[in-house]
Structure formats: C-alpha cells, structure tokens
Design a binder for this molecule. Structure first.
Ligand SMILES: [Zn+2]
Length: 484
C-alpha cells in the first residue's frame, strides 16, 4: 500500500515538473526591429484635414448598386487626385468593374514580387435612430477633442487617407520603389466587395502575383482578454460565410381545421434542430496558435494551461467560450436570422421559410455546413439549399514569411506590445486577394479597445490624431521596408 502511495506521489511530482517546464520554456517571438526604417515626421494637421474632407464624401454603398450616387465616388476620386499630386505623378491608376481603383507605383526591379495595400472607398449608412447620439454630425468630419469624427473615420477612410499621405510624402522626397506597389481600393466592401473581386481578376489576368496583400481587419487591441493588456493582432485568415434557406411545404387553407404540423411548425422544428446541433467548439488551428503566441504575456497559471493544452484543452474551451465573441473563434457559428410563412393570421402557410447564416471556421466548407444541417434535421420534410454566393474560409497566411516578419516588427515597434497572428471573424476585401498574393494579412495599425468596435458601424465613429499619426508613419515605413 505504502509503495502504491509513494509511486502515485512520484508520478504526480513528475507531472507537475512536466507542466512547469513546458510553461517556462514557452517563449514569445521577438521581432527584429533593427532593420526597420526610422519613424518619419508626420504632418498630423494636414492628415487630419484630409481625413476630415474624405469623411464629407458620403460614399454610402447600397445592396442594390443602382441606388448608389456614383457622382460622390467620382468626386472623391477627383479630390484624391488633386490632394496627392506627387503620388499621382509617380504612379498610374485605373478604374475597374463598378468603381474599384487600382494604383500602380512601378518598381525598378521587375524580378521582385509586388505588394498590394488595400483600403475601401465606401462606408455603411448612419441609422436614423442613432443620429441624436452623435457628438458631431456623422458626415461633418469635425476635428475636435483630438479626433476626426464621422462615418468612415476608421472604417476605412482612415486607412485610405493614411496610405495616401504616406505615399505622397515618399513621392515628394523622390522615393523610388524597387518593388512595385499596388493600392487596391474597392468601392463596395460593405455590401459584398464585388470591386475587390474585379480588381483581383484584373490583376490576375495580367499575371500579377504579389508577395503579400495588406487590408483592414485587426488592430492593436488595448484590452486583450487573455492578458488584460495591449496585444497587436495580425489577421492571417478570415472566416467564410454561407446562408442556408430552409423550406417547408404543406397544404394551405383555412386555419380553422389545421393539420398536426403546418409548414410553419415544420420549418420551426428544423430551425431548432439545426440551431441545437451547432458545430463543436474546438481548440485547434489558428485559435491555438494565437493563444500560444500570447501565452508568454499571461499570468503564470493561464500560461501553464496554454503551455499544457494537451491536458487543459477542455478548460481552455470553457474559458474562451464564456463570451459570444470568444466562442465565435472556436467554431463555425449558426445564426437563424429570417423567418417567413403565411401572409395572414387565419391562413395556413403553403410555404414556410427560414434563413440561417453561418460564419465558417477554417476546416469547414459551405458544403460541409450544408451536410451538417441536413443531418441535423433528420427525417423532417424540409428542403435545405445554399442561398446566394457562399464563401469558404480563406487560407491561413504564413507567419514565417519575410512580409509577416516586417509587419510583425512594425506592429511591435508602434505598439510596444506582443504581436500575434489571429483569425478575423468578420469579412474583408482582403479575401479576394488570395488568388493574386502569396499571403494576405489584415491589420490596421491603430490602438483599439474592445468597446470601440461598437462605433465602427455605430454612432460616434472617430479616429484619434494619435492613431492617425501612427497609421501614416506605419504605412510610410512599410512601403520603405517592403519596396525600398
Ligand atoms: Zn471596412
């Protein structure tokens, strides 16, 4: 008996040793900052004036492009041309598809793969009921309290203007890139991104293949949940999306003598079955890579759990999955969004329909989501089909490439925070570039608190002048480091 107890104790001691050694040997990557170009002097005042003016162009894109007032986009383009003369002199540009802009700043060495910088021209509308919440009118571009206010200040005119400011400053100094730089700016990112797809097709048709593309999507999160401190997250993949249409049919007729299950009941049962049959929460792939990368900055106990995820994965899933946002990073999400049936309360529906929107995690596909939903409903008499265009999750970009290392070093330098790769749970124009770039990264070099996400498509969107300065500086150095 004594022997068994001491064997047990010895085994336990070994386990504790293994856990601790694994925890202590988990190291953060230390980006090499030595090769970075020095931070430039940024004319923040001019950049702020320019961003203010850009916000005043109400480039609100609509689901039906016929509703877009194209003259506003044209005016914004013409304004870019007069505001950034040196860059427009140094580069050429063209309009493709329904209004996407492709700028080409030709490099002197055609053997080098080009780079693609991205920022979209359009914005989301301002909801009528939020108008009274705005501290400054949403399209005023007011500069006050150290910020530029208005729709698009962050998403995504902040990026567009910062890239322009950076390119203009460099062109004025006579900078000549060795590597070709493309600037791709879609006109309808907020309503599906056909412009970015057109631009990618145009680049592909002429044989362009870039080393990397950089778009919006992630930032320096100042209150990163796992560390409660700042962490710069570079998006290396984004989720896909599919909408399933669920249809049930039954004999219509008067509601006074209903059958046991009307089409409305059948479709409801199907929605509940699919919703209750969610995709399993999994701690793997990018979520795991991300957390491992940030673990060295976590408190000891959390670090121990992450370093020994072979043992603690269930606990990690429980912790990350405690919030809806956290849970979304662990699986393909299921969101029933639309229901329709009879047009009148005393008429039985002949057809009842539901729509369910899924955001697809890497590893799943639109087809596997469809199969999953069909299995979930079993024998219920419903039809399930994919509606509209489905998008597979984008491939996971490299974190070992020279371009990632450059982005990582720049992000570390501006944030003084750990830099980690992450999964973008929303959609960006960047996904269209996977066919014309080795890697696609999603990162806006701004400091962002989690609660700031609300203002991005909500009220009081504003970009601080500190962030604006950081962005201009970042893009200027990125162009120099990538193409100098
Ligand atoms: Zn955007």
């Amino acid at each position: 008996m004594k022997r068994i107890v001491s064997l047990g104790l010895a085994a336990f001691a070994v386990l504790v040793c293994v856990l601790i050694v694994r925890t202590l040997t988990l190291h953060a990557s230390s980006p090499d900052l030595s090769k970075l170009p020095p931070a430039p002097q940024v004319d923040t005042e001019a950049a702020a004036q320019h961003l203010s003016r850009a916000v005043q162009f109400q480039t609100v894109s609509h689901q039906d492009p016929a509703q877009d007032d194209k003259s506003i986009w044209a005016a914004q383009r013409a304004w870019l041309e007069t505001t950034y003369p040196a860059f427009h002199q140094a580069s050429s540009h063209e309009l493709v598809g329904g209004g996407a802009l492709i700028y080409q700043w030709k490099g002197s060495d055609p053997s080098l793969a080009p780079v693609i910088l991205m920022a979209h021209q359009d914005v989301v509308p301002v909801a009528e009921e939020t108008l009274n919440l705005w501290q400054a009118p949403p399209f005023s571009g007011a500069i006050r309290d150290g910020s530029v206010w208005g729709r698009g200040a962050i998403d995504d005119k902040g990026s567009l203007i910062s890239i322009m400011e950076a390119a203009e400053a460099l062109a004025r100094q006579g900078f000549k890139p060795k590597r070709t730089i493309y600037l791709v700016s879609g006109q309808d990112e907020e309503v599906g991104g056909s412009g970015a797809r057109d631009a990618a097709a145009a680049l592909k048709a002429r044989g362009v293949h870039a080393a990397y593309a950089l778009d919006e999507g992630m930032a320096v999160i100042m209150d990163y949940p796992a560390t409660h401190g700042p962490v710069a997250v570079i998006g290396v993949s984004e989720k896909g999306m599919v909408t399933l249409k669920v249809t049930a049919r039954s004999a219509g007729g008067h509601s006074s003598a209903p059958p046991k299950d009307t089409a409305a009941v059948t479709v409801s049962k199907a929605v509940v079955a699919i919703n209750d049959h969610g995709f399993p929460l999994q701690y793997k792939g990018l979520t795991q890579t991300s957390l491992k990368a940030v673990a060295p900055s976590m408190p000891f106990l959390s670090r121990l759990f992450v370093a020994n995820d072979w043992l603690f994965a269930p606990l990690l899933i429980k912790t990350i999955g405690a919030t809806d946002q956290g849970k979304a990073t662990l699986h393909t999400t299921t969101a029933p969004t639309m229901l329709s049936a009879s047009p009148k309360s005393n008429v039985l529906p002949a057809v009842a329909m539901a729509r369910i929107n899924f955001r697809i995690a890497p590893g799943d596909t639109p087809q596997s989501v469809l199969d999953h939903a069909r299995r979930a409903v079993g024998n219920l008499p419903v039809e399930i089909d994919i509606e509209g265009v489905a998008q597979a999750p984008s491939p996971v970009s490299s974190t070992q490439s020279a371009s990632y290392k450059t982005l990582e070093a720049l992000a570390a330098d501006i944030s003084h925070a750990p830099v980690i790769p992450g999964l973008v749970t929303a959609a960006t124009d960047g996904r269209s570039m996977v066919s014309v770039a080795d890697d696609v990264y999603r990162f806006q070099p701004i400091q962002f608190h989690l609660k700031d996400i609300e203002m991005v498509h909500g009220a009081n969107e504003h970009l601080t002048l500190t962030n604006l300065t950081a962005m201009v500086s970042f893009y200027e150095r990125l162009i120099q480091a990538s193409a100098g």
